[in-house]
Design a protein around this ligand. Structure first.
Ligand code: ADP
Length: 329
C-alpha cells in the first residue's frame, strides 16, 4: 500500500515510559504506522544537552526501545533507531547552524525555561537544541511530525530553517514539515496538579505489575474539596476522572460522573475501578514486554538495523545538501 508520506519523531532516552508518554506520544506513533512511513528516533544527542552524567544513557535507551516495541511499534514497518548512530546528523546540524539566527534561538520559550531550571549549565548545545531537532526532521525529509503543543515553536523553527536553507542555496532539496498535535497534550501526574513526569516522581510506569499499578493509583490525588466519603465530589477537577474517560467504558464514565457528584461512589472505589481498567488495557503490552525482555540482543539488533536503514536515507539527503551548498564531492 502506498503511504501518505513520512513521519519523524524523536524522544530523549528517559528509560521506562509512563502513562504521559503513552497517551501523549507512543499511542500516536503506533497509530500513524498504518498511513505513513514512520521513523522513530531515540534522541540521545539531544539528551546530552542537559545531562550531568551519562551513566544510565545506554540502559535508558534500551528500556525505552523495549516499551516502544511492546506497545506496538513494528520494526519491520517502521524505522526505530538511535540518533547518534547516524553520523550525518552532526554534519547537517553544523550546516544548519550557519542559517540559525542566535537571537531567535535564545528567545524560544523552551530555551528560557531550561536556563531557569539549570542556569549553571547553559551550553552551546542547549542553545542549538532546536537546530539539532530541525536537522533530524530535515535529514529524513519528514512530511509530518507528531508533537505535544509545547513543541510547536520548535516545528515552526524547523520550517523556518528549511526555508532559510532552501532560499540561501537556491534549492528545494529540503522539505518543510507539517505538525500533528497530539489529542492528549498533557496528562497530569498522581498529584493531580503537574504534568506527569519521571523527574517529578508523579508518574505511573507502563511496565509496573498490576499490583504495583493499583498501589500507585490508590495514591492519586482526587478532588481536593472532597474531604469525606459523604461529601459530593466534582469529577471536572479530578485527574482520576480524566483518565477514566480514556480507559473506562462510556457507561462507566457516565455512572462515575453522576455517582461522584451525589457521593454515591467514593474515591477509593473509583480508583479501584480505574486501576482495574488500566491494568486490563495494559495486559497485552506487559505480556509482550516480558517476552521481549527475554532477548535483549533482539532489541539492539532492531536499533542497529534501524540505524542502517535511517543511514541510507540520511546519506542520500546529505549528498543533495552538500551539492546544494557547493561543498566538493
Ligand atoms: P522529550 O519531550 O524530551 O522527548 P519526554 O520524556 O519528556 O521527552 O517526552 C516524550 C514524549 O512524551 C513527548 O512527545 C512528550 O510530549 C510526551 N509526554 C511526556 N510527558 C507527558 C505528559 N505528562 N502528558 C502528555 N504527553 C507527555
Amino acid at each position: 500500500m502506498t503511504k501518505k508520506g513520512r513521519v519523524f519523531s524523536g524522544a530523549r532516552p528517559t528509560g521506562r515510559q509512563h502513562l504521559g508518554n503513552y497517551l501523549g506520544a507512543i499511542r500516536n506513533y503506533v497509530a500513524l504506522q498504518a498511513d505513513y512511513d514512520c521513523v522513530y528516533c531515540v534522541v540521545d544527542l539531544h539528551a546530552l544537552t542537559t545531562m550531568e552524567t551519562t551513566r544510565d544513557l545506554k540502559n535508558n535507551t534500551y528500556e525505552m526501545a523495549l516499551d516502544w516495541l511492546a506497545a506496538g511499534i513494528d520494526p519491520q514497518e517502521s524505522i526505530v533507531f538511535i540518533q547518534s548512530q547516524v553520523r550525518q546528523i552532526n554534519e547537517l546540524f553544523l550546516i544548519f547552524s550557519m542559517v540559525s539566527p542566535l537571537g531567535k534561538l535564545t528567545d524560544l520559550p523552551t530555551f528560557k525555561e531550561k536556563v531557569r531550571q539549570a542556569p549553571h549549565n547553559v551550553n552551546l548545545g542547549l542553545v542549538g537544541y532546536p537546530v539539532l531537532m530541525a536537522a533530524d526532521i530535515a535529514l529524513y525529509k519528514a512530511d509530518l511530525v507528531p508533537v505535544g503543543i509545547d513543541q510547536a515553536p520548535h516545528i515552526e523553527y524547523t520550517r523556518e530553517t528549511v526555508r532559510s536553507f532552501n532560499y540561501r542555496y537556491s534549492t528545494n532539496v529540503l522539505v518543510e514539515p507539517g505538525m500533528k498535535v497530539t489529542e492528549i497534550p498533557k496528562v497530569l501526574g498522581t498529584d493531580g496538579q503537574q504534568k506527569m513526569s519521571k523527574s517529578l516522581n508523579n508518574h505511573i510506569e507502563l511496565a509496573l505489575t498490576a499490583e504495583e499499578t493499583q498501589k500507585v493509583v490508590m495514591t492519586m490525588v482526587t478532588d481536593p474539596q472532597r474531604a469525606r466519603r459523604t461529601d459530593p465530589g466534582n469529577p471536572d477537577v479530578c485527574n482520576v476522572f480524566s483518565l477514566h474517560k480514556v480507559f473506562s467504558s462510556p457507561e462507566e464514565v457516565d455512572t462515575i460522573n453522576t455517582e461522584c457528584r451525589n457521593a454515591g461512589i467514593g474515591c477509593v472505589d473509583c480508583k479501584k475501578l480505574f486501576a482495574r481498567n488500566l491494568n486490563a488495557h495494559l495486559a497485552p503490552f506487559r505480556e509482550k514486554r516480558s517476552a521481549l525482555a527475554e532477548k535483549p540482543d533482539y532489541i539492539w539488533d532492531v536499533l542497529h538495523d534501524g540505524a542502517q536503514r535511517a543511514g541510507t536515507i540520511a546519506e542520500q539527503t546529505m549528498q543533495e545538501v552538500r551539492a546544494a551548498v557547493g561543498l566538493p564531492e
